[in-house]
Design a binder for this molecule. Structure first.
Ligand SMILES: CC(C)(COP(=O)(O)OP(=O)(O)OC[C@H]1O[C@@H](n2cnc3c(N)ncnc32)[C@H](O)[C@@H]1OP(=O)(O)O)[C@@H](O)C(=O)NCCC(=O)NCCS
Length: 237
């Protein structure tokens, strides 16, 4: 028999995004490798997430589906209405085609948390360096990458981090746009940084995150995300 859900609990659940963020765990390793292959098809060699788990300087967070692992639904439209028309139709069609493919070739199994994406950060001195943010192609454009970035910055704010930095391909319009929303600006170029196509990397850095005006600007961006996609549970430690 299904457990009864109280009206208050129902209301609370519908006000929450079906995805939450939590720290990576050993049981996530195969899905993380799968997400990386999906989000970064040209990456070689692949990340050893097992080694990253033991790396004391690294912190990895995952976006996982809170509303029941068996509901592997690519839409997160229950509750508030996400702005799904914001993306061009062709990219939605491509996402659906890839979704059919990945549904058949996933390491996810019923009973496991279903993961949609991850963010990895390395802490060095007073800097947090975001090494990767990746979302399964079929879940892109639904606020999950932004949620992961929010969680990574919040995690950095909880430590004595001064700034958050990252590198991004100069051609990666989507990622650059996401980072700009959270106050990252271009601080330099690493010539021919990426080995697959010798593409340049843009070095992007935030202003100091612990002192005004950054916390207020960050808070406003987080509120905008919550208004659009609903609040997401974040368990960062
Ligand atoms: C980049 C990435 C992490 C964004 O995640 P996402 O879940 O698709 O993005 P979201 O739905 O959270 O969108 C957040 C913001 O990202 C930007 N963005 C996302 N998709 C975009 C697109 N197709 N075109 C332009 N901007 C886009 C926008 O600024 C967007 O904010 P808006 O909706 O207010 O315009 C995801 O597309 C991805 O995994 N890409 C492949 C891997 C990668 O390039 N990672 C980044 C380099 S480390």
């Amino acid at each position: 028999m299904r457990p009864r859900v109280s009206a208050i609990e129902k209301k609370l659940r519908s006000n929450l995004l079906p995805f939450g963020v939590r720290a990576m765990a050993e049981r996530d390793l195969s899905q993380l490798a799968e997400i990386e292959r999906d989000a970064f098809p040209a990456l070689f060699p692949p990340t050893s997430f097992r080694r990253e788990m033991r790396n004391r300087l690294a912190n990895y967070l995952v976006a996982w589906r809170r509303d029941g692992a068996s509901q592997r639904d690519t839409s997160i439209e229950d509750g508030a209405e996400p702005d799904s028309d914001a993306r061009p139709r062709i990219s939605r069609l491509l996402r659906s085609a890839r979704s059919v493919w990945t549904r058949h070739y996933t390491t996810w199994e019923p009973g496991q948390d279903f993961l949609a994406g991850f963010v990895g950060t390395w802490y060095m001195d007073d800097e947090a360096h975001i090494v990767a943010v990746g979302v399964r192609a079929e879940y892109q454009g639904q606020g999950i990458g932004e949620l992961l970035l929010i969680a990574a910055i919040e995690h950095a704010m909880g430590r004595s981090t001064r700034v958050v930095t990252l590198e991004v391909r100069v051609s990666n319009i989507a990622a650059k746009s996401l980072y700009k929303k959270y106050g990252f600006s271009a601080k330099g170029i690493r010539k021919r940084y990426y080995t697959d196509n010798r593409e340049d990397a843009l070095i992007m850095t935030t202003e100091p995150i612990q002192v005004p005006p950054y916390p207020a600007q960050f808070g406003a961006a987080v509120q905008d995300h919550e208004r659009r996609w609903r609040h997401a549970e974040r368990l960062l430690s």
